[in-house]
Design a protein. Structure first.
Length: 394
């Protein structure tokens, strides 16, 4: 491993076409807010990635590009080192994005009207993908407890009886749950009992705290034959704009069916810079990632401590993975539109409204802590001011 010991650097992204920063007025109708919404970080990518892209850019032709052996080996080595899972080269299917893979998997393994389980609240493309393909949306709502969200396994068992596919999010977005081995094994038992195919979005697998171990779902006993693992370096290394991801599909039949859907969509070749970025990130970005995780942990701890002391009616759930914070605002007694107005127009903070993650997210907001500590301090100051005004009006 050729890791480069570089430190992530906060970057002002305004004026660069950033969706997070430059699209706020069109999307939210606010121009003077601090954007803490989309899961996109404000830090420089690893030096190894920057250098690899720079070197490739020096070649003056940016034509159709193949996925070379370095692409596959970088992924295999990363999984072996980070997760202890030895995957085969032929299991890896290069792709242009995890959301795209979700849609292709639904097309590949189900027919219109078939049941597809999602565990809400959930990343919005899970919901739209099921509806867009005219499948039956089966919601297995998570239960909110003091120490975080938990799975209602009785309900999951009932929903599994009328489903063909389970869209799993592991680690879970937005609740930030890192499902325990016991929880994953219970999901696996239900999937096997009801012959479910499991599509596991594991894009946040690299962003895990407190020495906890992320477990790829397909690596569980008996799950390799019914699971697709979807992953990408995009969230981990702040390179989402390069649209490069992959699916790990150990089963030959499932892989063939997925590839057919991929081909029907007319997809071919890869992003010339995304390919070299992935290779560089997985071979030279590990030391950078460890420092990035320390920054996230510090930011998350600051926000949680601040809210506990200054805005006690807003309850941040414990964060086990991702750089997101799921805020339980139900104690404020505001409707979802009122809650958005409070954050967007009173506090001048742009967060993802919980209801966009499904009805199970009503009364919640999602905050992205992948920005500078200074910006978060300014954001918390704005929140406290707005909160005091709201409190005075009670």
């Amino acid at each position: 491993m050729n890791s480069i010991d570089d430190t992530p650097r906060f970057v002002d992204r305004r004026g660069t076409g950033s969706s997070k920063w430059d699209g706020m007025e069109e999307r939210f109708g606010v121009s003077d807010a601090i954007p803490l919404w989309v899961a996109d970080g404000d830090f420089s990518a690893p030096t190894a990635v920057q250098e690899a892209i720079r070197k490739r850019a020096e070649h003056p032709v940016y034509g159709y590009t193949e996925y070379g052996e370095g692409f596959y080996e970088a992924i295999r080595s990363w999984y072996a080192r980070r997760f202890g899972w030895e995957i085969e080269r032929e299991w890896i299917v290069p792709e242009h994005g995890v959301v795209l893979s979700l849609n292709l998997a639904i097309e590949a393994y189900t027919e219109p009207g078939d049941g597809v389980i999602v565990q809400t609240p959930i990343y919005p493309p899970f919901l739209s993908a099921v509806k867009r393909h005219k499948r039956k949306l089966l919601e297995n709502r998570l239960v909110v407890e003091e120490n975080g969200c938990v799975i209602d396994f009785d309900d999951l068992e009932a929903k599994a009886a009328e489903a063909k596919l389970l869209l799993l999010c592991s680690p879970h977005n937005p609740s930030t749950r890192l499902w325990s081995e016991g929880e994953l094994l219970r999901i696996a038992e239900i999937a096997e009992r009801h012959d479910l195919i499991v599509v596991s979005d594991e894009i946040h697998a690299d962003i895990v705290y407190r020495g906890e171990r992320y477990i790829p779902f397909a690596d569980l006993p008996g799950m390799a034959g019914r699971t697709l693992v979807l992953h990408a370096p995009s969230k981990t290394f702040h390179i989402a704009g390069l649209n490069t991801s992959f699916a790990v599909i150990p089963d030959d039949s499932l892989r063939r069916r997925y590839r057919l859907a991929h081909e029907r969509a007319g997809l071919d070749n890869g992003n010339v810079f995304g390919i070299v970025a992935l290779e560089a990130a997985y071979t030279g970005g590990e030391a950078w990632l460890e420092k990035m995780l320390e920054i996230y942990e510090s930011n998350i701890a600051y926000v949680r401590e601040f809210m506990a002391e200054r805005t006690p009616a807003i309850h941040p759930l414990p964060v086990e993975a991702t750089y997101l914070i799921w805020l339980d605002c139900r104690e404020m007694g505001l409707g979802d539109e009122e809650l958005k107005k409070f954050f967007y127009h009173e506090a001048k903070l742009l967060l993802n409204p919980g209801v966009s993650f499904g009805e199970a997210g009503s009364g919640f907001m999602r905050l992205n802590a992948a920005t500078s500590g200074e910006l978060l301090k300014e954001a918390m100051g704005r929140l406290e001011t707005a909160y005091r005004k709201w409190k005075e009006g009670q």
